[in-house]
Ligand binder design. Structure first.
Ligand code: TXA
Ligand code: MG
Length: 328
């Protein structure tokens, strides 16, 4: 873990030398490498155990840098004015300078201008566009603290810069501006279609869940795989505002609610917020699941979020994280 006074020049030098460094963003921790270096990008896939068909997000410091990498449109400029820096990733037509490895061979590239001051300083000082997926092994829970990254990937990377817990706690919204039928959200996140419409008048289609791709073609939807973001402990969901039914009596379990249950609660009950505020639920979701996953439980039961605002993004992650029967 890195928290010395000279972390910034050290990090810039490491990235310029082609190494990988895990960095905090406002959403989750990212595993960053120089997006223009094939060698660095290949390391990212290796370290995560990520299939090469799953493209990466490129993080940038300012709009000038986007121009280098992708085709800018008035729509992009309008969205950037309202939502950058922040948790909105935008898919644009890519320029030749971006290695095909970053985009899984697609002719589009996902770009995001993050808000976290540590990530921004690194982007500014290095002047490099940084490819950075979430800093977790492929398929596992996303990391929202430096300790999560350290325990999952610590031995495989140069180091983690510790910026404390991530403020938002779930990944950015991904908006595709290149689709022939108009802008559409391919991964729900903290920025919702209503927020986009209210700020910019841009109408956005939300893409309902796609079937799992059976072929090996690069996928336009992130975390496409229906099993993703998962703890090792089997996770079962129950409806928002209810209690789980028919819990097994002979098993070690945890039951996680959105808010503190009223009245006396059993000792295996946990909650993600005091009063059900969905920003708090998002903030604490992965952190709590990481903690529960270390308790050697037989099962985790978790209440779905309310299906509005950031709750939609929370439920998207939960549906992918829940236990699937093997035959699927
Ligand atoms: O909040 C975030 O977005 C975090 C932080 C670190 O910035 N990053 C993140 O990256 O969540 P990752 O790699 O875990 O998820 C990125 C998703 C991928 O699953 C991929 O499918 C999608 O973005 N993606 C990347 N490029 C794409 C493209 N050209 N077209 C469609 N989807 C793309
Ligand atoms: Mg990820």
């Amino acid at each position: 873990m890195e928290s010395s006074h000279n972390w910034l020049p050290k990090t810039v030098a490491a990235l310029k030398a082609g190494e990988l460094v895990a960095l905090p963003t406002e959403t989750v921790y990212g595993l960053a490498g120089n997006a223009l270096s094939e060698e660095s990008v290949r390391k990212i896939f290796d370290v995560k155990g990520r299939p090469l068909i799953d493209p990466l997000i490129v993080h940038i410091y300012d709009l000038k840098q986007v121009d280098q990498l992708a085709v800018i449109s008035p729509q992009l400029e309008l969205l950037a004015k309202h939502f950058w820096p922040g948790p909105l990733t935008i898919i644009l037509k890519k320029k030749a300078i971006v290695p095909g490895l970053v985009t899984a061979g697609l002719d589009t590239v996902a770009i995001r201008m993050p808000k976290h001051p540590i990530m921004r300083e690194v982007l500014k000082e290095s002047k490099l566009p940084l490819a950075a997926p979430s800093a977790n092994p492929f398929g596992y829970l996303s990391p929202t603290t430096a300790e999560h990254v350290e325990s999952q990937l610590g031995e495989k990377i140069s180091y983690v810069v510790d910026g404390g817990p991530c403020e938002i706690g779930i990944e950015s919204t991904i908006l595709d501006l290149t689709h022939k039928n108009g802008p559409r959200i391919v991964r729900p996140g903290p920025i919702t279609e209503q927020m986009i419409y209210e700020a910019t008048d841009i109408t956005v289609a939300t893409k309902e869940r796609q079937a799992i791709a059976k072929d090996n073609s690069p996928q336009l939807a992130p975390g496409m795989l229906s099993q993703h973001y998962s703890p090792k402990t089997p996770l079962y969901l129950f409806e928002h505002g209810t209690a789980p039914e028919a819990l097994p009596k002979d098993k070690k379990i945890a039951v996680i609610f959105n808010k503190r249950p009223s009245g006396s609660s059993s000792e295996n009950a946990y909650w993600l917020s005091e009063n059900g505020n969905s920003a708090d639920v998002a903030h604490n979701l992965f952190e709590t699941l990481h903690r529960m996953d270390h308790l050697s439980l037989d099962a985790i039961y978790l209440e779905r979020a309310s299906d509005s605002g950031i709750g939609k993004a929370i439920n998207d992650r939960l549906e992918r994280a829940q236990h699937k029967r093997r035959s699927a």
